[in-house]
Design a protein around this ligand. Structure first.
Ligand code: FES
Ligand SMILES: [Fe+2]
Length: 404
């Protein structure tokens, strides 16, 4: 924290900036990278797996995903196990993925099936394995697990995505839903993620500093409390409406990367029906994947393209309009590729951010100590019961004055 209690401080006196590597690392072998490798991460929409191999970057590793003709999903290291050609230039075939360079064919589990330039199609081909990761499909997304196999957890489920009415469906989104911006955010994942436990910014950034980007209801300064939950942190935001009702908005995060936040443009009462996962692409790039339960009749539209400025989406705004009415992208990417923790001055309104950081760092330490971190279950337990959502009810004050 920077101290400048006398009037003689200038920016020249700043020490060299730094960030906390334990909050921001993602690479294999680093303490935080090893924590992140104890969880399933979505890396692609399932509908994007078609006839072509799909390049994907996750936790600093370049991968290629494909669906074989037999329907199995392969998640390969991008470098071919033969001599390193990039498998994104390969070809998906009924039995697997064929490398463009010398034609080696690998099935979805990485077993080498053919080596066309070798005698007898490769007498030693069984000894070769293309490095790969387990992959599963759920909620229209493809999840992969990049950690040690003997620690592989069950793929978590969420009650709001499990119980669908006949007229509802789940849609997958990979556009980093927020107030608009490119799907890939050029900044560290943690500074984007901790924003979920920074609900004060909704009142300022989205509602009163910029134009109202989501809902007028959010332009009221809320009373906010934060609480540690079994799986992470929850914030409860209470806004007194003009009619005397309290509008209560609850947002959850589940460690390490899950956001459960009712879309702020839709302030209808009810539980949150979307779950988001923050994918650390590498230490300076982030993508948010979301699965949404929606009525089937809802037209298919891109949530990152909702109007946030005079009827325009982020993509239609000019640079000057984005400067005058900034949103999540400007605020979070504007903190830099990796924000400098050494230059922060945390205040009381950062209590949720501070709590989230503490819990995340405790999990980093748990993995270092050989202990399972939060939300890792090896067996499939019950689906997570979502607590996030919007409710409206008479305020305690109103109830008192209306009492007979
Ligand atoms: S580098 Fe892939 S087959 Fe040779
Ligand atoms: Fe926001």
């Amino acid at each position: 924290m920077v101290q400048h209690c006398n009037g003689r401080f200038t920016a020249y006196d700043l020490p060299p900036p730094s960030y906390d590597p334990l909050l921001t690392q993602v690479d294999k072998g680093t303490p935080a990278g090893e924590l992140l490798r104890r969880y399933w991460h979505p890396v692609l929409k399932a509908s994007d797996l078609d006839a072509e191999p799909r390049p994907v970057r996750a936790l600093g590793e370049d991968l290629v995903l494909f669906r074989s003709g037999e329907g199995e999903i392969g998640a390969f290291h991008a470098r071919c196990a033969h001599r390193g050609a990039d498998l994104r230039f390969g070809r998906v075939e009924p039995r697997g993925l064929r490398c463009c360079y010398h034609g080696w064919l690998f099935d979805a589990r990485g077993r080498c099936l053919e080596q066309p330039c070798e005698p007898d199609g490769g007498r030693l081909r069984d000894r070769v394995r293309q490095p790969s990761y387990p992959a599963r499909e759920l909620y229209g997304l493809v999840f992969i697990y990049m950690g040690p196999l003997d620690q592989m957890p069950a793929l978590p489920r969420y009650d709001v995505l499990e119980t669908l009415a006949p007229n509802q469906e789940i849609r997958a989104d990979d556009t980093s839903i927020g107030s608009g911006g490119p799907a890939i955010m050029p900044c560290n994942w943690f500074q984007a993620f901790e924003n979920v436990m920074d609900p004060y910014h909704v009142f300022v950034l989205h509602s009163t500093f910029s134009t109202v980007q989501f809902s007028e209801l959010l332009a009221v300064r809320p009373d906010i409390s934060f609480a540690k939950t079994p799986g992470g942190v929850a914030s409860t935001q209470v806004r007194r409406m003009r009619n005397g009702e309290d509008f209560v908005r609850v947002v959850e995060v589940l460690l390490p990367t899950v956001r459960i936040s009712p879309h702020p443009a839709f302030t209808t009462p009810g539980p949150c029906t979307n779950i988001s996962w923050y994918l650390p692409i590498d230490s300076t790039h982030t993508r948010i994947f979301t699965a949404l339960r929606v009525p089937k009749w809802m037209p298919k539209f891109n949530f990152s393209e909702i109007p946030v400025y005079e009827g325009k989406s982020w993509f239609d705004m000019t640079e000057e309009e984005r400067r005058r009415s900034p949103g999540d992208f400007e605020a979070q990417v504007g903190q830099g590729p990796i924000t400098f923790h050494s230059e922060e001055n945390l205040a009381t309104s950062d209590a949720g951010v501070a709590l989230l950081r503490r819990l995340y760092l405790a999990d980093v330490q748990r993995v270092r100590d050989g202990v399972a971190p939060t939300n890792v279950r090896l067996d499939e337990g019950p689906a997570h019961a979502v607590a996030a959502g919007h409710t409206f009810h008479p305020s305690a004050e109103t109830a008192r004055t209306q009492a007979p």
